[in-house]
Design a protein around this ligand. Structure first.
Ligand SMILES: [Zn+2]
Length: 280
């Protein structure tokens, strides 16, 4: 099984002590390349620089990055934010604009400020002809309105970590969105409704991601052969940390919900991800 983790927050501090081992474990599990999510100007620059440096010693390229500002951090944006993102977007390893969007669940930034910087990043993606990596929580109406206005000018866009309702899913699909599924699907309590919805996603619009270190799959076996340096030893996640090596487990769970062969699902999502991001 070969997969791409299209959403991994690899620059998160919880990976500081063993980032290279995390990449190696992913590769051993068939998960390569990884697309590092940029969530602010600094984190996007860190992601881009790390991917570029890592690429000097590893060919073909194993790391890519996105460049964007998460709605949580919209309040930190200023007059030079878009110019800095535009500069990052020109780098070889940067393949999408985002993570950007709206999050009315936490409201870490005021809603009008979130909307302002979401719209600017959508415009940047349209201007550059780059894919968009999108985040939406409890903000469906405003969020889909922004996308609807821009969808004709956008290359393509993915709603990452989709956890919404059936009617939201249908509207996203009618706007032309790709859908990102995480280990949320592995949580019987929270993800049960998602399992019933995923068959509505056309096979060529579906992509997978861990969103690590967040969203550790709840049904991950206590011993996972692909999940630790000691292989088969007790998994680390005392910390609850999720990582790209767990993506095959998510795909197997998703395949169960779809009633589909896991290998076939893996090759479909791989092809979608390569095409979506324009990876050679
Ligand atoms: Zn997100």
């Amino acid at each position: 099984m070969r997969l791409i983790d299209m959403g991994i927050n690899l620059m998160h501090p919880s990976f500081d002590r063993d980032r290279e081992a995390v990449i190696r474990r992913a590769e051993e599990a068939g998960v390569s390349p990884l697309i590092i999510t940029g969530t602010g100007v600094d984190s996007s620059r860190d992601a881009s620089c790390y991917a570029e440096q890592y690429g000097k010693n590893h060919s073909p390229r194993k790391l890519y990055a996105t460049a964007g500002v998460h709605p949580h951090d919209a309040k930190a944006c200023g007059g030079d934010t878009i110019a800095m993102l535009r500069e990052l977007a020109g780098r070889a390893e940067v393949i999408a604009i985002g993570e950007c969007g709206l999050d009315y669940n936490r409201d870490f930034s005021p809603r009008p400020v979130q909307r302002q910087w979401f719209e600017k990043q959508v415009e940047l993606a349209a201007e550059l002809g780059m894919p968009l990596f999108l985040h939406e929580r409890d903000a469906f109406e405003d969020f889909s309105g922004v996308l609807k206005n821009a969808s004709g000018r956008l290359k393509n866009f993915v709603v990452h970590c989709f956890t919404g309702t059936g009617s939201e899913l249908d509207r996203y699909l009618s706007l032309g969105a790709h859908i990102g599924i995480t280990g949320w699907i592995c949580d019987e309590r929270r993800g049960g409704h998602l399992g019933a919805l995923v068959p509505r996603i056309p096979p060529d619009r579906l992509m997978v991601e861990t969103d690590g270190p967040f969203l550790l799959p709840r049904n991950l076996p206590q011993t996972a052969p692909d999940a630790g340096e000691g292989g088969g030893k007790k998994r680390t996640p005392k910390s609850g940390r999720n990582e790209p090596a767990f993506l095959p487990h998510i795909v197997r769970t998703l395949a169960g919900a779809l009633g589909k062969d896991a290998e076939q699902l893996a090759s479909e999502t791989l092809a979608n991800t390569l095409r979506f991001f324009g990876i050679e």
